[in-house]
Ligand binder design. Structure first.
Ligand code: NAD
Length: 298
């Protein structure tokens, strides 16, 4: 008996930036046919050099079975999935759209509902794990939308994700991501604060880090960014301006719900201080510079 292999669905991918490009490459490694659209012509040229099929308009990616987007912010996603000027009018019923950008939860709900009216399925599916996770195909993905759509998408998402969590109804992926970012920001702030005190007393920061790693104060942030702070490495994994964007989204969502989150407001203010010193392109661990300024330490 011959077993015929089911053809893999075709993918239209929108946004080939720091996150998108490695995700595209991982999809291709798994044998998916991918067609890519990016607004920036310089990126399109680079894609062609890498033998990635690039097109120069949204309509040209619309006929694929899956559409995946990973774009900077809410307004970029709203412009792509606009009923009048975006891709929506070219999408066929039955297409599955997965937006993996970190954007406002209410905007994800609006986009999803408007696509569902045209029998197009939609998931909000922001990611955690950064560029490293995108390169290593082990991103965490938090998904909102219909469970059935989530199940149908797993085969595609497995190409670049490892922990693929169904968070709940439309918009809930974005809510989970905001919660993630509240904790990331707060953990960085807590680490910088502990290091600032230790430094002011002439303590050994390396020894402090090793000590904290083995106790209740341990965290992913301490493990992965502790040395960056000790070595004053400002280089970006995840940029301060992206961290700020995510904290702003969480603040807006908290305001909508009427939930006071005073810790979030404090961390947001500290990151604004960093950006005001032109540090938006630095890695988010470089919040230590804000603490150095506040305590007049070097
Ligand atoms: P990026 O700026 O590197 O890439 C975004 C790409 O989208 C760019 O190439 C840009 O030209 C393209 N683009 C913008 N508007 C477009 C449009 N209308 N149509 C087509 N292409 C368009 O950003 P990134 O770092 O890849 O981040 C993308 C998303 O992933 C953001 O929402 C970010 O918050 C989230 N994210 C990023 C990281 C990270 O470490 N960089 C980690 C987790 C989540």
């Amino acid at each position: 008996m011959t077993v015929t292999k089911k053809a893999k669905p075709s993918i239209g991918f929108i946004g080939a930036g720091n996150m998108g490009l490695p995700m595209i490459k991982n999809l291709m490694k798994k044998g998916f046919q991918v067609k890519v659209y990016d607004l920036n012509p310089k990126i399109t040229k680079k894609l062609e050099k890498d033998n990635i099929k690039a097109v120069n308009n949204l309509r040209a990616v619309a006929s694929n079975q899956f559409i995946i987007s990973i774009l900077p912010d809410t307004q970029n996603v709203e412009s792509v999935f606009n009923n009048d000027t975006g891709i929506n009018s070219y999408l066929k019923p039955g297409t599955i759209v997965i937006d993996m950008s970190t954007i406002s939860s209410s905007s994800a709900i609006d986009i999803g509902k408007s696509l569902q009216k045209k029998q197009i399925e939609f998931l909000d599916a922001p990611v955690s794990g950064g560029v490293k996770g995108a390169l290593n195909a082990n991103l965490s993905i938090m998904i909102g939308g219909k469970k059935d759509t989530y199940k149908k998408s797993l085969n595609v998402l497995n190409s670049f994700g490892e922990n693929i969590i169904y968070a709940g109804r439309l918009g809930m992926g974005q809510v989970f991501k905001m919660c993630n970012q509240i904790m990331v920001g707060s953990h960085i702030q807590a680490m910088c604060e502990a290091f600032a005190l230790c430094k002011s007393k002439g303590g050994d920061l390396k020894l402090l880090k090793e000590t904290l790693l083995s106790g209740a104060a341990n965290s992913w942030i301490l493990e992965n960014l502790g040395n960056e702070v000790i070595n004053k490495n400002e280089n970006a994994g995840f940029r301060i301006d992206l961290q700020l964007k995510d904290l702003k989204l969480a603040s807006e969502a908290a305001f909508e719900s009427g939930v006071p989150l005073p810790g979030l407001s404090l961390v947001l203010a500290l990151y604004l201080e960093a950006r005001a010193h032109n540090e938006g392109k630095n890695g988010n661990q470089s919040l230590f510079k804000t603490y150095d300024r506040m305590s007049n330490q070097k």
